[in-house]
Ligand binder design. Sequence first.
Ligand code: SF4
Length: 526
Amino acid sequence: MTLPSPSALLGIKGFDFWYPGQDDTVSRLLSWFNSDDRFIGTAIPTGGGKSLDALLVAVLTGSRTVIVTATKGLQNQYVQLASQLGGVNVLGQNNFICSLVPSLRADEGPCHDGMSCSLKENCPYRVQLNRALSSQIVITNYAYYLAQTNFSQGLGEVDLLILDEAHTAGAFSAMENFLTIHLSRLEVESLGVQFPKSPDQWAVWKLWAEDATPAVKSQVQVIEAEIKELRDSGVKAIPSATSRAYRGARAVLARLERLSGVSEDWVIQPTRHGYMFTPRWVANYGESLFGKVPKVMLMSAILSHKTLDSIGVPKEGRAWLEVDSYFPAKNTPIWHVPTARINFRTDDYGSTIWCTRIDQIISRRLDRKGIVFTVSYERARMLLARSSYKDIMLTHSTGDVIQVVNKFKSMPAPAVLVSPTVTTGWDFPGNGQPQYIIIGKIPYPDTRDPVAKARHEDDKDWGSFLAMETIIQSSGRMSRSVDDKCEVLICDDNARWYMFRYKDFAPAWFNKRWKGSLSCVPNPLV
Ligand code: SF4
């Protein structure tokens, strides 16, 4: 099918041409929409016009659509496009001031204590929600979407749900955060309940939650009666201590009810203030994300069937669309440079070889800028301490990432950013200059974390899957447009077997960039 330009289809300016293959992608998405399949997984690489595709499907099918994103950057990108089509961005109550009591946020407003509000019609949170409820296109984030659709009034009838950034860093993490239950000792004990004596068994916690629920429920009722009495006596505002106690008790009650309703073993972790309960997997809770929406489109540059499995997309009724990248693969080759096996067992000799190899790569690239991904802060510090190029290196801590990234972006060559964390969410376009990325280690997650450990017990490939996701994300930081040139050099000899064994975890466009192992440091990309 030959389609008119996106601008002609949407009635907005600025999109007179399709990216290569984009019209075909949209045609195939429209065919899926008219098929019996409820779900479609869509892997569209960077530069493929993913956001525009989503809006085209929404508009051309005439569907009332909710688009959910994980990062502010992508949400803003959607808002800019969708607002020209009457789309509305919707944010949580904590982003708004309560008009009745301006010292409070909307999520703390007196209406939550059952007080009437004379300004309800003008409440900024409710104004945007009402606009969203009457809009054909709604943009929001995962946290709000999950809370609003599961614990509140929802976002109205939805024909099409588009879950962008649906890879594990988006939907999986959002579902895990949404489902995880936290209980603090202070809030539980203030309601007259003690934590169980042997808190290691899930069955003990479940029984405990069932037993504690009636006691907490009666506490909620006592505070409710107190609030009603105050309301009936004509007070304008409930004392903040009472309000806090009421909300705290209701929150604990809701968590206890959820805890006692869990029908499988979750991971129990002691925290500084109490306990945290996390599902081993979120796949069994997919409906908390999909609800009853008849058509669900999941998108990401790095989507895989394993991602869809992990968030509970049933295999039956699942369509799949994988789009090739039109960025030339020769501009972004990925090589393994023989170094040493890098892991927690790597000794000082291995670390010395590692630092030396990275220095050799840099020494031949002093006409350009590069990034070294070290996976850990410890390894970043070690490189800074041992490298002969420490004078042109920048690194950051958790608190100054933005400042350091901005400084790196403004620096002329040669400059090297040494970072364990800027693997996602940051763009470093080359503006015509070749650049390079060094991946210093296959980025396996830390399996000392109890949740990661539990998942590894169930699925020995889970860590490898997450590592591949990080490698793909890391490799793409400097390849943001068709003109960008960026070589990726992996300095960890585990790459030899890893990249072969787990290639199915990567989309086809990424595998085309993987070139294999070298015998020495290559000449710089020109
Ligand atoms: S409805 Fe009224 S009380 Fe509630 S947050 Fe809005 S302005 Fe405040």
